[in-house]
Ligand binder design. Structure first.
Ligand code: HEM
Ligand SMILES: [Cu+2]
Length: 629
């Protein structure tokens, strides 16, 4: 239990002299059941990457089916056994693949992998805290996530295979264990896994929120927090408010499946036999699901937005444009995401008036999204740009957010969505705006903070290769899907060759599959770079990107408690890069104004009247002191 003792030191004596690292730790308490947020961040990252690789392999498998619906590949039978009899993936297993691919990507990679990694790494380091508010609960959060992953994957081992109702698990397929192969044990495991997953998210989220609110170092007021922290903080709030609703929906679903209730079922006939269910409604499930589901897409994208803002400011050597607007638009998105969920349900036969309400609120969400986009572009404008791999991925994130976000405006219009719903147009939309944008934000973060996490640098050339192949690959995969969707090609179908009108899309499907294989190969370059750099990478210096934020003031070698002595005091906001008139290219947050007299011009406080006031007060005190001398 040495870690707990270590930690008590760190928090109880906030300002002591950090003799924490003298305690010796066992292998288990250091690497496995660690309560150090930096180690937990690595655990989340490595589990997230592993899950991403698995989900990517699943997608290649089902893309092979779409590209070559009539060919057989004996290798598939060797690999997948009963799920691919006679060299072809079975139709049932195809749906399982799509379901588990989506579930893993959305929840395990882009929610837990992304927030879990960067909230853990950055919140204590960037706000100046020795660890999370509750390191023990933080550790539990990781282990619940790990168990949830194991349970989700174990569904490949059950007789009839994993859940196959889509990542949204709509009833009745999910509520009737006999409905289809994946509705049985596979679905049970999906539901159990999800409950554990939500427990993990809640424990993480509550920690993130309380750490940001209570444990900031001296001088770190809310308006001096880096945008990563704002984004991760608001993401955690979204999760805490939305995930419990999913659990409620899931618990009712378990009741329907196992205890004879019918919350979601009514008038069901199976094999000609009228089932006893009455009074329930599958639409109720959709409401509960999307009340989480829509905030979920912002739970996924907001950390990516925060990371990209940070990386773009550092590598443009410019203050982020419109810091306050960036924060307010994050807050706006947080609030609005709770009142738009019905746009996923325009075709459920909802009252057109209600549809209109959801349509208007949905389109309003485009406003803060646009504010963020313009501010990123303005940050790049006339920047002294350093094209590091992290920077390329951050710019790529903006690119995907724009090209995927624009189609959201089409889909948000009920009249258009009725045609586009459940087509490849929707698949294209969300893979660009959420799949690609969020992954790129996450990769930007990995390249940027790798030196902080592992004390080593990643290889730049491999980084460029990885970026360009993935960037081009993702557009080649998802862009053509818009046209398929406009032509009415539905999502989640096993073989389009059955329909004469869709046969012409076969060549496009083949093309997309090969583009996906190329993009997947690019990830091998990343994995090689990631793993080899941990061992043989160049040693990192303390502040390799010349950044202002607090995490770069800690030693390269990790120590529990983060700072060897006192936690530094913060004096300024995090974006003092190329301050007009300043002598310094960058001024870390810990540098007091008294040390940068010639650079204390008020320019960067233009949009912050309080800051300007503060600065004037400060300057006049300095002047008064001078006169006394
Ligand atoms: C301008 C902003 C956006 C608008 C107006 C918008 C609108 C919509 C609408 C109306 C749908 C439902 C389409 C249908 O199923 O028929 C949809 C689907 C979706 N959107 Fe967006 N969206 C926007 C931004 C985003 C963002 C930023 C993300 C993720 C980060 C996202 C992720 C998704 C996902 C995952 C789905 C598909 C869910 C599914 O059926 O599996 N959207 N969007
Ligand atoms: Cu939505």
């Amino acid at each position: 239990m040495s870690t707990l003792a270590v930690h008590d030191h760190g928090v109880a004596h906030h300002d002591d002299h950090g003799h924490e690292h003298h305690h010796n730790q066992s292998f288990l308490s250091k690497y496995v059941f660690s309560m150090d947020h930096k180690m937990i961040a690595k655990q989340f990252l490595i589990t997230g990457i592993t899950m991403a690789v698995i989900a990517m392999i699943l997608s290649i498998l089902f893309r092979i089916q779409l590209a070559y619906p009539d060919k057989t590949f004996p290798l598939l039978t060797t690999l997948l056994g009963r799920f691919a009899p006679n060299g072809r993936i079975s139709a049932d297993f195809y749906l399982s693949l799509v379901t588990i691919h989506g579930t893993i990507m959305v929840f395990f990679v882009l929610t837990a992998g992304l927030s879990g990694t960067f909230a853990n790494l950055l919140i204590p380091l960037q706000v100046g805290a020795r660890d999370m508010a509750s390191p023990f609960m933080n550790m539990l959060s990781y282990w619940f996530f790990f168990l949830a992953s194991v349970v989700m994957l174990s569904s490949f081992l059950v007789q009839k295979g994993p859940a196959s109702g889509g990542w949204t698990i709509y009833p009745p397929l999910s509520a009737l264990p006999k409905a289809m192969p994946g509705s049985g044990e596979g679905m049970t495991l999906w539901l159990i896994s999800m409950v554990m997953f939500v427990a993990s998210s809640l424990m993480g989220g509550i920690n993130y929120v309380s750490t940001v609110l209570n444990m900031r170092t001296k001088g770190m007021d809310l308006w001096k927090m880096p945008l990563t922290i704002w984004a991760l903080f608001l993401t955690a709030i979204l999760g805490i408010l939305a995930f419990p609703v999913l659990v409620a929906g899931v618990v009712l679903l378990i009741f329907d499946r196992s205890f004879g209730t019918s919350f979601y079922l009514s008038d069901i006939v199976l094999n000609g036999v009228q089932q006893p269910y009455e009074g329930g409604s599958p639409i109720l499930f959709q409401h509960l699901f999307w009340f989480l589901g829509h905030p979920e897409v912002y739970i996924v994208i907001m950390p990516a937005m925060g990371i990209s803002s940070e990386v773009m400011s550092v590598n443009s050597r410019k203050p982020i444009f419109g810091y306050h607007a960036m924060v307010y638009s994050l807050i706006g998105i947080t609030v609005l995401s709770f009142i738009v969920w019905g746009h996923h349900m325009f075709v459920t036969g909802m009252n057109p008036f209600l549809g209109g309400v959801f349509m208007i609120t949905t389109l309003i969400i485009a406003v803060p999204s646009a504010v963020k986009t313009f501010n990123w572009l303005a940050t790049l404008w006339r920047g002294n740009i350093r094209f590091t791999p992290a920077m390329l991925f951050a710019i790529g994130m903006v690119s995907f957010f724009i090209s995927g976000g624009l189609t959201g405006i089409f889909l948000g219009n009920a009249a258009l969505d009725i045609n586009l719903h459940d087509t490849y147009f929707v698949v294209a939309h969300f893979h660009l705006v959420m799949g690609s944008a969020a992954i790129f934000g996450m990769l930007a973060g990995v390249y940027h903070w790798f030196p902080k996490m592992f004390g080593k640098m990643m290889d730049e050339k491999l980084g460029y290769l990885h970026f360009w192949l993935t960037f081009i690959g993702a557009y080649l995969v998802f862009f053509p899907m818009h046209f398929m969707g406009l032509d009415g090609v539905p999502r989640r179908y096993y073989a389009f060759t059955e329909f004469v009108s869709m046969q012409r899309w076969l060549t496009v499907n083949t093309f997309i599959t090969w583009a996906a294989i190329m993009a997947a190969c690019a990830q091998v370059a990343f994995l090689y770079n990631f793993i080899s750099s941990i061992f043989i990478g160049k040693k990192a210096t303390q502040n390799p990107w010349e950044s202002n934020t607090l995490e770069w003031t800690t030693p390269v070698e990790h120590l529990h408690g983060n700072w060897p002595g006192e936690i530094p005091t913060v004096y300024r906001w995090p974006y003092d890069y190329s301050k007009p008139g300043a002598e310094e290219d960058y001024i870390p947050q810990t540098v007091p104004f008294s040390q940068t007299m010639s650079s204390n011009l008020p320019h960067d406080f233009e949009d912050n009247p309080k800051g300007l006031e503060e600065l004037n007060k400060f300057n006049s005190t300095l002047k008064a002191n001078e006169q006394v001398k």
